[in-house]
Design a protein around this ligand. Structure first.
Ligand code: SF4
Length: 489
């Protein structure tokens, strides 16, 4: 039986029916439908055998790989099977994107609907479960990490209450072994560790040994753009060589996953040393991925890279679209105001000038639409220094995007990165101009979600049931917003 168990709550461990985008639903409170149905649509139970999950969050797989390489007896398990494995475990490692529902999407939806997000409920139920409480009394050490680790700094009281001994912020590969050794020896652990101070080189980053959720594989780390609101620090860009990426893809494919997601803060920038995409590096990466996966998506892409690659974009799309009609990526629009863009993200448009931001966004959306790429574009609402004029410029931009197949997700400002000492933006701060912006986005999304969803949910035997449940959910969302005077149909 393992001495180190890795797991997390169901909102993190689910594979979202193999449709990664549905995972975003976990950042919302259940609206319009009963919670059990909401949970089934957005966070179904993870597939696995004997309580061992088939797929796990990529970051958790990286840490698992490091521990396996160092000879620790580890296992990554389904949260509903903790009872079986915690009886012998001495350390529990957990991960989270958004432990307390404080991330931008959860804050936005929760403060509008005035209810707790599903991911926050899911984590609380997990960490206060009888199995974990019992194991804790028997001396279990808990170490938490993942992109949401920063939330424990502002919820330190709850961290103590939940018995989380140590929180690792940032990249954990070079600090985890020492922590596990200490935990197994019964030594006290530091309450917080900044893994970014010891960030690993490409060679030090282990390769996953077991499959990641929805076949996600990282292609590199770091971002050179340094936007002030972003938690991605300005660590050096590190791109992985193709053979390293291929070995991880093989792990996923050999476990039966046929679709994959390439992950980095800008997949289109693969192999670049600055802000200029290098198609001679990117295309071989895509060809390699498609030689193993049947379908492919990108976690993130930048709009400036889309425009930089406009002459090669049809080639890029053709490579990815061999067995699928569309592919998706998250893209950051953030604002339609050039004045605001200059203040908060002066490098975001690079290699172009930030003064051209609005036209870059429109041109990029046009290129993606023409090439069957569906972007989920994020906006920041309520960033410090934002004026009403800035908001109306963003509204104009969203209206200009109305003919492009896409989703636009407005997110309330959360103080992170260089702006971590600023105030949160919550529903109480929402003014008329913000409501106008939210309405414009909702209209855009309702139009396109009906177009996108039927195709997106294809391929599941229970797809028709899921589509019906999703339609009921959309009707519920419509009713809820109508109640607040927002007509979105
Ligand atoms: S918001 Fe995107 S482009 Fe800006 S620093 Fe963060 S990851 Fe880089």
């Amino acid at each position: 039986m393992p001495e180190v168990v890795l797991s997390s709550d169901r909102a993190m461990m689910s594979n979202y029916h193999g449709k990664e985008f549905l995972g975003f639903g976990a950042t919302s409170p259940s609206v319009g439908i009963p919670e059990f149905l909401f949970r089934w649509i957005f966070t179904p139970k993870p597939p696995g055998k004997n309580g061992v999950v088939r797929e796990a969050p990529y970051g958790l797989r990286k840490i698992e790989a490091k521990l396996i390489e160092e000879g620790f007896d580890t296992l990554t398990v389904d949260p509903s099977s903790l009872k079986r494995y915690l009886s012998t475990a001495k350390v529990l490692l957990i991960t989270g994107h958004d432990y307390f529902g404080l991330g931008p999407p959860s804050t936005t939806f929760s403060s509008l609907v005035k209810r707790e997000s599903l991911n926050a409920i899911s984590f609380r139920k997990f960490i206060t479960s009888r199995e974990i409480r019992k194991a804790k009394k028997e001396g279990l050490k808990i170490i938490a990490g993942g992109p949401g680790a920063w939330q424990f700094r502002i919820r330190d009281e709850q961290r103590r209450e939940y018995g989380i001994d140590c929180v690792v912020e940032g990249e954990g590969e070079n600090v985890i072994v020492d922590l596990i050794k200490k935990a197994l020896n019964g030594e006290n652990l530091p309450e917080f560790v900044n893994g970014d101070e010891f960030y690993p080189s490409v060679e030090q980053i282990p390769e996953i040994k077991n499959p990641s959720i929805n076949g996600l594989v990282e292609i590199g780390r770091g971002c050179p753009k340094g936007c002030s609101f972003c938690s991605v620090t300005r660590k050096p860009l590190r791109w992985y060589p193709l053979n390293k990426i291929e070995r991880e893809i093989r792990v996923n494919v050999e476990s039966g996953l046929y679709g994959g997601i390439l992950h980095s803060d800008d997949v289109l920038l693969y192999g670049s040393k600055d802000f200029r995409p290098r198609p001679e590096k990117l295309l071989p990466l895509l060809e390699l991925s498609m030689s193993h996966y049947r379908t492919l998506a990108f976690s993130h892409a930048s709009l400036s890279s889309v425009v930089s690659l406009k002459d090669r974009f049809s080639e890029i799309a053709e490579t990815v679209l061999q067995n699928q009609k569309f592919f998706g990526a998250e893209v950051g629009i953030e604002t339609g105001s050039v004045n605001l863009a200059k203040k908060i993200m002066k490098n975001k448009a690079k290699p172009f000038e930030i003064e051209r931001w609005k036209e870059i966004v429109i041109e990029a959306f046009g290129i993606m639409h023409d090439n069957s790429m569906i972007p989920a574009g994020t906006l920041i609402v309520g960033i410090p220094g934002e004026t009403s004029d800035d908001i109306y410029e963003t509204i104009e931009l969203i209206e200009d995007l109305s003919d492009f197949r896409s989703l636009i997700v407005p997110l309330f400002f959360v103080p992170l990165g260089l702006l971590k000492d600023e105030n949160w933006f919550l529903a109480g701060n929402v003014r008329e101009d913000h409501i106008e912006l939210l309405k414009t986005c909702l209209k855009h999304d309702m139009k396109w979600v009906r177009d996108i969803m039927p195709g997106y949910l294809q391929g599941l035997w229970y797809g028709p049931i899921l589509k019906l449940a999703f339609r009921i959910f959309l009707r519920g969302v419509g009713r809820l917003f109508r109640k607040h005077g927002i007509e979105i149909n």
